[in-house]
Design a protein around this ligand. Structure first.
Ligand code: PAF
Length: 286
């Protein structure tokens, strides 16, 4: 079967309703397009566990701030379609901006504490935009499960919270970040980086690894873990840090001292030249 390309919400809903009536399980893989191997890994994982995988492609204006890169965000739907097909996806939902946000549109989903720190501080309104679009994509595709990358760690917590609070009954799966052979986390925005910036960007990975090895060696003092990561980042003056923290993996709270059994996430964000980079690594004793 070739790839089904669907553009209207009502067509998407009719198709999903019909598939559900046939007893098929549906997974949704929400994306903003310009797909890379990380997205392909989400699609492949979804294909393993579900009868139908619907990849969505929509560059969502609501989640970009006024000074952010909405206009220049890379787009290549033809290449995306080839990547989706190669990964085993059979459906792609590509709505237009007017289809998603007609002039009379007036609803925003706002999520509490979990969305206020880290990305929420540096990108005001970002998670309202993400939650609103993801709720709409879920309403269009009617999935049993949805797949997201760990690279946007806080986003996965925000979406899990929304799904729980609004009783959406969708299983949220988080798939580990895919990295280039150098260790750089895959991101559609890596295309903005010059070869030198790409090399410098490896400092994020070194800082995270340093934090992880301290935790592995038994250090649970948050400030000490953060200072060591910041020292590594300071070795790369081209990287302008926004945040570099250790937090609890489920709530993002930042106790002075972690317990032995805490799941910990190390989170870094900042600018390499004009490009904003984020990365994270998690640690758990289990
Ligand atoms: O992670 C992304 O690409 C976007 O934030 C998402 C989840 C597709 C919503 O626009």
């Amino acid at each position: 079967m070739s790839l089904n390309v669907i553009q209207s919400i009502s067509d998407m809903q009719s198709i999903s309703n019909a598939l559900r009536k046939e007893g098929k399980s549906i997974a949704c893989v929400p994306t903003m397009g310009y797909l890379h191997e990380g997205h392909a890994s989400l699609i492949r994982e979804a294909v393993k566990h579900h009868d139908i995988v619907i990849t969505t492609i929509f560059v969502n204006p609501l989640q970009f701030g006024p000074k952010e890169d909405f206009e220049r965000y890379p787009r290549d739907p033809e290449r995306d379609i080839a990547i989706i097909s190669a990964a085993g996806g059979k459906y792609v939902f590509i709505p237009s901006i007017d289809e998603m946000y007609p002039p009379e549109f007036q609803t925003t989903i706002s999520i509490g504490n979990i969305s206020k720190s880290f990305e929420g501080l540096y990108r005001p309104g970002h998670f309202e935009g993400v939650a609103t679009v993801v709720a709409k994509l879920f309403a269009a595709t009617k999935p049993d499960a949805a797949y997201f990358g760990q690279k946007d760690y806080q986003q996965t917590l925000v979406i899990k919270q929304m799904v729980k609070d609004l009783n959406m009954g969708i299983d949220i799966q988080v798939i580990p970040t895919l990295r280039e052979s150098t260790g750089l986390a895959m991101s559609s925005r890596n295309v903005y980086l010059s070869p030198e910036e790409k090399k410098s960007a490896l400092v994020l990975q070194s800082a995270l690894q340093t934090g992880l090895s301290l935790i592995r060696d038994g250090n649970r003092r948050r400030i000490s873990i953060e200072e060591s990561m910041k020292d590594i980042l300071a070795g790369c003056p081209e990287f302008e840090i926004q945040y570099c923290n250790a937090a609890l993996g489920d709530t993002l709270e930042m106790p002075d001292e972690f317990s032995e059994t805490d799941q910990i996430v190390l989170l870094i964000a900042g600018f390499m030249g004009k490009t904003r980079l984020i990365d994270n690594m998690t640690w758990s004793s289990k």
